[in-house]
Design a protein around this ligand. Sequence first.
Ligand code: HEC
Length: 152
Amino acid sequence: MAVNRNLVILTIGLLCTNAAFADDQKAQVNYMLHCQGCHLPGAEGSAGRVPPMNDFIGYFLHSQAGREFLIRVPGVAHAALTDAEVSELMNWLVQRFSREQLPTEFISFTVAEVNELRRDVEQSPDTARSLILANIAADNPALANEISKNKN
Ligand code: HEC
């Protein structure tokens, strides 16, 4: 009996690991299909046109306005993906490309949050971006130098 129970626990554990792995793979495929054309495979973007997300996008999670901005930008809000797919994609994206810049208390995007935010598409991304980053830098002097290097 004890053995059986251990086996059941082991099997459940393996299934969970596989489910998380499958979500990551799906997120990666969606990134390739829906985002990479502009943002490029390493999320490096292109100077003056598409902002780099690698080693940077995590800074936005240091403020609520920044967190919301990441879902409200047109490329994300208008993506031909479900709310669940967008939340999976964004949770994968920030950790894949910018884990080091995330706040220690990073909380994953939820499906409900994505559903609400993407209805309110940011109409002036460039202005919003500058303002949000300036506020984050002002509130976090330790990050200000790194943030100011990235003006796109
Ligand atoms: C047609 C090109 C294009 C596509 C496709 C695209 N983006 Fe973007 N993305 C941009 C541009 C340009 C910006 C700068 C803001 C703006 O002008 O919308 C941007 C900004 C962003 C930002 C804000 C980053 C910052 O530093 O300002 C995020 C996050 C983002 N995109 C994620 C995505 C994701 C995720 C996808 C795929 C679901 C995607 N984008 C698809 C062009 C694109």
